[in-house]
Write a protein that binds this ligand. Structure first.
Ligand SMILES: [Mg+2]
Length: 109
């Protein structure tokens, strides 16, 4: 099963709206960023590890980060999906990309 950013945002808005604050969600996000850093340090040998699947652990922690990023957008009624496309368009011009995300998506259809 696949999920779109819009679907995740709708789900998290229903779950969190009125039950938490953006400050609380941001603090959880920072915790998750630290957990990603810990996995990357283990993979690079800078920290001891007895976990045998750091690749899977990295994915789990990245998913946790996305959860809180999208939750902050959701409780603030921010259209993250549209903004990602608009932001990429600006970046693609600034950095001379050969294709932008919107064109990529249109070509796929
Ligand atoms: Mg985590």
């Amino acid at each position: 099963m696949k999920i779109s950013i819009d679907e995740l945002q709708e789900y998290l808005a229903n779950h969190y709206r009125g039950r938490t604050t953006e400050q609380s969600m941001f603090m959880k996000l920072v915790e998750e960023i630290g957990e990603v850093a810990e996995v990357l340090n283990k993979r690079a040998g800078r920290k001891a590890s007895n976990e045998n699947d750091l690749q899977q652990q990295l994915g789990i922690e990245l998913a946790d980060m996305i959860h809180y990023i999208v939750a902050i957008a959701a409780i603030n009624d921010i259209d993250l999906s549209t903004l990602i496309i608009e932001k990429d368009k600006v970046a693609s011009i600034k950095y001379n990309h050969t294709i932008n995300l919107e064109t990529f998506l249109l070509k796929k259809d």
